[in-house]
Write a protein that binds this ligand. Structure first.
Ligand code: UDP
Length: 400
């Protein structure tokens, strides 16, 4: 039996769901699907594809994954575009647009394209469609928060999007009324068997924290996120500072550096400078998925204070471990956190409300346990990878 086969998920999703997934795959046997993204690690897209692609193959599709081998210059430009699509005003110089297209043209020339469906993830490889020989449906899978793009950025990408046959977004909030393209809603999901989410014993959890010299002597607040302004890392420090005046606790901020996010080191520098004065703050930049896992288990409260968020897999990851979450009501987060039931929601940058909610959870462990338990069940029903797989099979069936 395949280590990565769909039957592994039986105890979590039940026989009917597995049969439904196998049935949805049947008309697609042998379908050659190519996913194109811009990094194998760092960020949520890579993590999902690492589980989704083997599962598609397990069910008889022929799924591939190619990387856009970008340069630092390209990733600086595409991070600017990402920021602008999430609402930041910015200018796009002609030279930058030329580089963006040139690298995609080069990539289109050298990528073997013999598939039945191509799925392009996010803005980095978006222009590839202009330069590839297109003889099958192409889908743009957008993982970012498109709720209020800067007009210049939207006008820049729209002509490219019109060449696609369908779009896939994570939440109804991101649907664009001025984009005449069939658009499907497919929220992301986590893999309960990945290194980030598989079960760990208390001893394994404690050993992982000890490896990084993180004591378990006080309640632990945690935010796991790339050091990215949209995740409001300075706000996390502010909330910690306010909470600590009421309840003694520790803060861990864990964020590795994604290859396609050149802003990470600069934002990390700002966080370091601000954290300098605060006791009991641990800033960690290592890439260690078992550390993510252990911290999400050991944390008393997980924070996700984003000001924009495509989905925020870290929220489902924490809830899956039964850890309550205080998060902002932006992007895809409210799909996961039902306020007062599976965690608490606040407006972005409302540090007083965040502090109040965190303190409430630190002081009322029964409430924390109840929200965590409900959160795990909410994730089991809605945000595990077999549901994502089923959604994709349905989208693919419509395309071919
Ligand atoms: N992650 C990680 N190590 C880190 C920080 C994040 O493995 O130091 C993982 C995190 O657990 C999650 C993904 O990267 O699985 C981030 O996905 P999310 O949707 O939260 O944010 P994105 O980075 O895609 O904006």
């Amino acid at each position: 039996m395949s280590e990565r086969g769909i039957e592994r998920y039986l105890p979590l999703i039940g026989e009917e769901r597995v049969a439904e997934i196998v049935g949805a795959a049947r008309p697609l046997l042998g379908l050659r699907v190519l996913h194109i993204s811009s990094t194998f690690h760092g960020g949520g897209v890579a993590g999902m594809l690492r589980s989704l692609v083997p599962l598609m193959n397990d069910l008889g599709l022929d799924a591939d994954w190619s990387l856009l081998y970008g340069t630092p210059k390209l990733f600086r430009i595409t991070k600017g575009l990402h920021n602008a699509l999430q609402g930041e005003e910015g200018e796009f110089r002609e030279e930058d647009i030329r580089v963006y297209h040139e690298i995609n043209e080069f990539f289109a020339c050298f990528t073997p394209l013999f598939h039945d469906v191509v799925v392009v993830h996010d803005p980095q490889p978006l222009p590839m469609i202009r330069y590839a020989e297109k003889d099958c449906p192409w889908i743009w899978r957008c993982h970012i928060d498109l709720s209020s793009p800067a007009p210049g950025a939207w006008e820049l990408v729209k002509p490219l999007l019109l060449r696609y046959d369908a779009g896939v977004i994570s939440s109804e909030r991101f649907r664009k009324s001025d984009l005449p393209l069939p658009t499907h809603i497919v929220p992301p999901a986590i893999d309960p068997f990945s290194p980030i989410n598989r079960e760990l014993t208390e001893e394994e959890t404690a050993a992982k924290l000890a490896q990084y010299e993180i004591p378990q002597d006080k309640p632990l607040l945690l935010q796991v996120s790339r050091f990215d302004k949209w995740k409001d890392p300075l706000g996390v420090l502010q909330v910690f500072h306010l909470v600590k005046q009421e309840v003694d606790c520790r803060l861990v901020m864990l964020g590795n550096m994604a290859a396609d996010d050149p802003e990470g080191p600069e934002i990390f520098g700002q966080v370091q400078a601000q954290a300098g004065e605060l006791p009991d703050v641990h800033l960690v930049t290592v890439t260690d998925e078992y550390l993510v896992n252990a911290l999400q288990r050991a944390a008393t409260v997980v924070l996700q204070l984003s000001t924009r968020e495509g989905f925020g897999l870290t929220v489902s990851e924490a809830l899956w471990k039964g850890t309550p979450v205080v998060a902002t009501e932006v992007g895809g987060i409210p799909l996961q956190v039902v306020d007062g039931e599976t965690g608490f929601l606040t407006r972005p940058r409302d540090y007083e409300a965040m502090t109040e909610r965190v303190v409430e959870l630190l002081e009322d462990r029964e409430l924390a346990a109840r929200l965590g338990k409900a959160g795990r069940e909410h994730v089991r029903r809605n945000f595990l990878i077999p549901r994502l797989l089923l959604d994709w099979l349905r989208v693919l069936a419509e395309m071919v």
